[in-house]
Write a protein that binds this ligand. Sequence first.
Ligand code: BYC
Length: 330
Amino acid sequence: MYAQMVKSTGKGVKTREEMSDEERAFQDRIDEDIKIEPRDWMPEGYRKTLIRQIGQHAHSEIVGQLPEGNWITRAPTLERKMILLAKVQDEAGHGLYLYAAAETLGISRDDMTEQLLSGKMKYSSIFNYPTLTWADMGAVGWLVDGAAIMNQVPLQRTSYGPYSRAMIRICKEESFHQRQGYDIMMKMAQGSEAQKRMAQDALNRFWYPSLMMFGPSDAESVHSAQSMAWKIKMNTNDELRQKFVDQTVPQAEFLGLTVPDENLKWNEERGHYDYSQPDWDEFFNVLKGNGPCNAERLGARQKAWNEGQWVRDGLLAHARKNAARKVAAE
Ligand code: BYC
């Protein structure tokens, strides 16, 4: 299984002969699907890769509240407002589970936040696009949460115990998120001509950025081979992207909307849709900080961080006082 994975996904992964005894024993546990727990020995690269991926994922959940939070005050009905509010609160909870999972690897939440704000750590490219109309709330729930679930369901089986357990809880809530998004799209697509146009416009703008969420093509992916050998990732980026296209196209057809891709066609031989790749130059440019909303998103996180300083100071003072009292009592 391991040898097969390395062969199929390629580069940069040590062969069994190149591994130390500890690394070989670790790889054996991974191959036998035994979960790795925080106190277990792990290669430094495994720890670092997990911090990078879980941290990026946690930041995405938190930054991901911003484009939807933007619409809470403008939701069209009280019911829609309550649903959206609950969804955005769920994202905050997901961020917390994931920060807690990353903390078991020896990094603090404060360190991760500082790395986000300095640009050292990333968050998902998708959240650098604006949400311009109410139909975008539908498109985000349907496509963005849909892509997130496609990526996250396999991660429930990831090799690191705390990450895997966080993903199980998160996935339960994500499927509700996806459904509420699709429900908004249904209402819009069955509504007036103007509403239909808004739904189509939202699909047009979110389709390719959603495909980018799965990361660069397998040929360009830096981390996939090693991450798959360690079962930090369970699928390649292209595998999941294809799965997402196959699942989503019939949903768009059901809505009576058109996926903005002239090359989209069912390929009988492959048993999959053929589809156009997103503009990868745009993707890498967004990653460099040049997307439409990068500055706004990081500005909002920086503001929240600055404004929360007094809370962190207060908590620290309280903890210090308690510790001093404990020492005095001993
Ligand atoms: N955005 O070697 P690769 C959600 C970076 S949804 C930004 O393939 P990897 C939510 C990558 O970090 C989203 N950066 O990387 C939904 C690497 O750069 P560095 C969160 C990206 O890690 C609704 C470089 O490109 N989900 O939370 O093997 C509402 C090369 O890529 C992106 C997750 O984070 C991107 N889209 O694979 C609210 C899922 N793609 O770090 C919230 C967990 C790639 O070397 N993460 N990069 O500088 C993963 O599964 C993997 O990290 C990825 C990328 C598939 C995303």
